[in-house]
Ligand binder design. Structure first.
Ligand code: NCD
Length: 307
């Protein structure tokens, strides 16, 4: 049997996504117990191999692995031999040689998790590769929407902001549309991807027109660390035209959800108080993220002989 990986949302397809969401339900129940731990992955080792900064994704995977009773190893570039110039390949083969079962990879290069998967015997999970994909973020977002609003089929989802540099947008466009949602991208022309060919989405430059029709507005962080050129006249102008301000949030329907993957730039892409509105499910996204990552780890590792 070949080792299973989770590299892209596309690997799962609509049925695979729904299966992960169904399994996540049972792990939400585990997370709510007084002792939120099950022995499902006892004896397994999960490594987080993060070449890029992270708060949520790393802690979420590590929490998920511990709740399944797996052992957790944690690799940061800082303080490792990667800082001495060791290659990605030598680093992952060193880790693999210690006998690990899953490696969660975050890297600034698109495609790095695919390379890692070709070098090791462990299951590889993409924890975010460059501008490319972030599949577990998309899964936890689908889970959060399904839990709050029911099936995504027919829901109108607006993805707002720095789409060009966003791996979250790429994975979410795939996942939302596979589940039948109608997706509209809203961004200034300089923050739209150069081509939308092959993306089953609509695009708009007019946020005020899109908001009243949206069931969900998914706000993206303005990723200034990824912008090598001046793509915006000023932050103030960005906020004025594309920020989810208090006034704009009033255009949303009564049941609409406000989402953000974090980290938020409060006062830039989303007003500080809007992030705390009852319609905002930002902290629910984080909580659900642990259960969804438990489901992913369990589905990848749990069916093996000593699982
Ligand atoms: C995102 C990421 O790093 O891709 N954050 C996350 O994983 N929750 C989004 C971002 O950095 O803007």
């Amino acid at each position: 049997m070949t080792t299973p990986h989770l590299l892209s949302v596309a690997d799962l397809g609509a049925d695979g996504i729904s299966e992960v969401l169904d399994v996540s339900d049972s792990f939400v129940e585990v997370s709510e117990r007084a002792i939120p731990k099950v022995p499902a992955l006892r004896g397994k080792t999960v490594v987080s191999l993060f070449y890029e900064d992270s708060t949520r994704t790393r802690l979420s995977f590590e929490t998920a692995a511990r709740r399944l009773s797996a052992d957790v190893m944690n690799f940061s570039v800082k303080g490792s031999s990667a800082a001495k110039g060791e290659s990605l390949r030598d680093t992952v083969q060193t880790i693999d040689a210690m006998g690990v079962d899953a490696i969660v990879v975050r890297h600034s290069s698109a495609g790095a998790p695919w390379q890692v998967a070709s070098w090791v015997g462990a299951s590889v999970i993409n924890g975010g590769d460059g501008w490319h994909e972030h599949p577990t973020q998309a899964l936890l977002d689908c889970y959060t929407i399904r839990k709050a609003r029911g099936p995504l089929d027919g829901l109108r989802i607006a993805i707002l902001g720095d789409i060009k540099h966003s791996r979250v947008a790429r994975s979410n466009v795939l996942a939302f549309t596979l589940l039948g949602a109608e997706v509209t991208l809203v961004a200034p022309p300089t923050l739209m991807p150069p081509s939308l060919e092959g993306w089953p989405v609509a695009a708009s430059y007019d946020l005020d027109d899109v908001l009243p029709k949206a069931d969900v507005v998914y706000v993206l962080r303005l990723q200034q660390e990824r912008q090598s050129e001046a793509l915006l006249p000023s932050l103030r102008e960005y906020t004025a035209t594309y920020g989810l301000t208090r006034e704009r949030a009033r255009l949303l329907g009564e049941d609409a959800l406000i989402m953000h993957p974090g980290p938020m730039n409060r006062g830039v892409e989303i007003a500080a108080e809007v992030a705390d509105f009852p319609a905002s499910v930002v902290t629910r996204q984080v909580a659900n993220g642990v259960a969804v990552r438990m489901a992913v780890l369990f589905m990848l590792l749990g069916s093996e002989p000593n699982g």
